[in-house]
Design a protein around this ligand. Structure first.
Ligand SMILES: [Zn+2]
Length: 232
């Protein structure tokens, strides 16, 4: 379906009497349809999931850090199907300092990926890029320290782009496509109501509906896991 996106802060199209006709009527109908679509979707509650600093490990790094033959232990399942917090934690070491006890998330991935907040990055003395999970272009390195060993992990640290996970059914209900950028309103209205810009919609049959923020973002808006957000 072709959608018409009205400008955020513009004037409605102005036409002289001579221009008024079927085209304008069609435009007006399109705008009305778009507005009602947006009103409907902004009423749908979306659970918030706050991502604390964490890392995904390759099988090779898992063994280096925790010993040959090590396997991830399941501490608890996460909001996304099949994902879990592991019993294992790792210390991160950068040029300026250490961040201790960073949770490993499972399952094992082909590449190690470490997601930190900007506050963590400052404490470590590193300058990671903002990236979507799975996109490690320009990612920076850090030293990982586990219970059985340590390893340099170059090109592995990112700050996660805020994003919305959607199952196919959620995407249909909300009228969103994979990769689409939306605004999400979150936060206690009486404390720090906040609209988050540049939220990437990520659609997969493996996902459950959830709005993911890191701890810096969540604290700024006074939101926590389990709170409810809405598309703005
Ligand atoms: Zn996520």
């Amino acid at each position: 379906m072709k959608r018409f996106y009205p400008p955020d802060a513009g004037s409605p199209p102005v036409g002289g009497a001579a221009d008024a006709g079927a085209a304008d009527a069609g435009l007006a109908a399109g705008i009305a349809e778009e507005i009602s679509r947006r009103l409907a979707r902004s009423a749908i509650p979306i659970p918030v999931g706050v991502s604390n600093r964490h890392l995904h490990l390759s099988a090779e790094h898992l063994e280096t850090l925790f010993g040959r033959g090590s396997e991830m232990t399941v501490l608890r399942p996460l909001g996304q199907p099949g994902q879990f917090a592991c019993g294992q934690t790792v210390d991160l070491e950068g040029p300026k300092g250490r961040v201790r006890g960073v949770r490993v998330l499972g399952p094992v991935r082909p590449l190690t990926q470490i997601e930190v907040s900007l506050s963590d990055a400052r404490a470590l003395g590193i300058d990671p890029p903002l990236r979507q999970s799975g996109s490690l272009e320009g990612a920076v390195g850090v030293r990982l320290i586990g219970s059985a060993g340590a390893v340099e992990a170059p090109g592995s640290v990112i700050i996660a782009q805020r994003h919305l996970h959607l199952h196919l059914a959620d995407a249909a209900r909300l009228g969103l496509n994979d990769g689409e950028i939306v605004r999400v309103r979150a936060g206690n209205p009486s404390l720090r109501p906040t609209v988050f810009e540049n939220v990437v919609a990520r659609v997969s049959e493996k996902f459950a509906l959830e709005f993911h923020l890191d701890t810096d973002e969540a604290n700024a808006a006074w939101v926590k896991t389990g709170d409810v957000a809405h598309i703005a």
